[in-house]
Design a protein around this ligand. Structure first.
Ligand SMILES: [Zn+2]
Ligand SMILES: [Zn+2]
Length: 152
């Protein structure tokens, strides 16, 4: 393959930028890299955030991640035992980010806030043990009854 010109390289790099924000637009975010992994989660906490469904969270490295706008934070101990900081838009309430205190290098982003949710197809469904009997769980994906090992 021929070498990419500087102009083409720039294009390739900008093509990997992933962007999103909340429903009202007061909070915007941007990642310089694609997600490390994406998980569908049915833990009990996620059912509150997902309004009855589970949530889909894409894991990014905080190093290349930028947030613009004010967020509110709710901190609690998750089913995993980790202290989690969950951030949302104070104006429209969109759940946006979730961070485990023990892993400050990672940030999970709610895929509903992606400008293009197609970029974040889940690789696994986790916490299936907490899902209600009527939950629609993708039979094509691997499942875990509880918490997976850290993404990175
Ligand atoms: Zn908002
Ligand atoms: Zn969850």
């Amino acid at each position: 393959m021929p070498q990419a010109t500087p102009h083409e390289r720039l294009h390739l790099e900008s093509a990997m930028t992933v962007t999103g924000g909340c429903l009202c637009g007061a909070v915007r975010w941007e990642s310089a890299e694609p997600p490390i992994t994406t998980r569908a989660c049915w833990c009990r906490d996620c059912q509150y955030l997902g309004a009855g469904s589970g949530t889909v969270g894409a894991c990014f490295r905080t190093a290349g991640f930028k947030i613009a706008g004010e967020t509110s934070c709710f901190s609690s101990i998750a089913d995993s035992g980790n202290r989690m900081h969950r951030r949302f838009c104070p104006k429209c309430g969109t759940p946006l980010f979730s961070e485990a205190e023990v892993r400050p290098h990672l940030i999970f982003v709610r895929v509903g806030s992606f400008d293009d949710p197609n970029l974040a197809r889940p690789a696994i469904t986790i916490w299936t043990t907490s899902a209600p009997v009527w939950a629609c769980i993708d039979s094509e994906l691997p499942r875990l009854e509880k918490q997976p090992p850290p993404a990175a």
